[in-house]
Design a protein around this ligand. Structure first.
Ligand SMILES: Nc1ncnc2c1ncn2[C@@H]1O[C@H](COP(=O)(O)OP(=O)(O)OP(=O)(O)O)[C@@H](O)[C@H]1O
Length: 243
């Protein structure tokens, strides 16, 4: 990895256990600032758990996590949630309009969204302003995912965690989402970390890649590492011989 790239998130020997299970083992590494890092690995490798550590939903038993050069422990929970946004495969919506769903992060703070900002966010994800009054439950899967991404942008996060956001979408919607993530990354300089099972997507979208297995980080570097991994287990994984 290019050593001149600044880390936006840094893990120093991080260990996490739950129910006597050692889920994350001595995680050390960085997600570089302003770049898209893809996180790949077999099912159960610990990828989603790593995300939960990044946004404070879980705390490690040992080690240190730095977010923008500050210990995660120094952030108050609201500030951390604003700094680190997360979008999930499920793109869960509340009952109501697109507008009500979009402004949810502000409603929770007792505020409303300004119309112009709402329209800009929809524009960023390829939806026009006429969507605002539509019922969120009538959106297609791809549109719902776009709205979910727009909603994470309301707080203007510096870091965006994307957990399998295209896995349940058809190829066209998948491609749409990939393009808009690249666009958002360029427009706002948002640091992105994207968990994906799709290695083709990881190669296409990621500037960097982390490969995780059994709670460990096995290989990291520029995404092209997936063409010629050094580690034998990663070689097997990219050939589809592991989960
Ligand atoms: N609270 C918990 N208690 C016990 N085990 C847990 C808990 N949370 C996660 N695990 C286990 O930790 C391991 C890692 O889970 P995690 O969801 O992070 O993997 P993943 O790499 O995201 O998998 P997938 O690609 O299938 O989503 C799994 O074996 C899971 O069952």
């Amino acid at each position: 990895m290019n050593t001149t790239t600044k880390p936006e998130v840094e893990f120093r020997d991080v260990n996490y256990s739950a129910d006597d299970l050692h889920i994350l083992k001595s995680i050390t590494g960085t997600f570089p600032k302003g770049k898209i890092t893809t996180l790949v690995g077999p099912s159960g490798a610990g990828k989603s758990t790593l995300f939960k550590l990044c946004n404070g939903l879980r705390s490690p038993q040992s080690g240190e996590i730095l977010i923008r050069n500050h210990s995660i422990n120094d952030y108050d929970p609201v500030e951390l949630r604003r700094t680190v946004g997360i979008a999930l495969q499920s793109a869960t919506m509340i009952k109501g309009s697109v507008l009500e769903n979009l402004e949810l992060p502000l409603t929770l703070q007792g505020k409303h969204i300004e119309r112009g900002f709402a329209e800009e966010l929809l524009y960023d994800v390829g939806l026009d302003g006429s969507f605002l009054q539509r019922n969120a439950k009538d959106l297609s899967g791809g549109q719902r995912q776009k709205l979910s991404i727009a909603r994470t942008l309301v707080n203007q996060p510096k870091i965006l965690l994307l957990d399998e956001i295209t896995s349940s979408l058809d190829r066209v919607s998948q491609h749409d989402i990939e393009e808009l993530i690249e666009k958002i990354n360029e427009k706002y300089g948002t640091t992105m970390v994207w968990i994906t099972h799709n290695l083709e997507q990881a190669l296409k979208i990621g500037h960097y890649t982390w490969v995780m297995m059994n709670g460990e980080v096995i290989e990291t570097g520029e995404s092209s590492l997936l063409h010629a991994p050094k580690d034998e287990r990663v070689q097997q994984f990219v050939k589809g011989e592991l989960g």
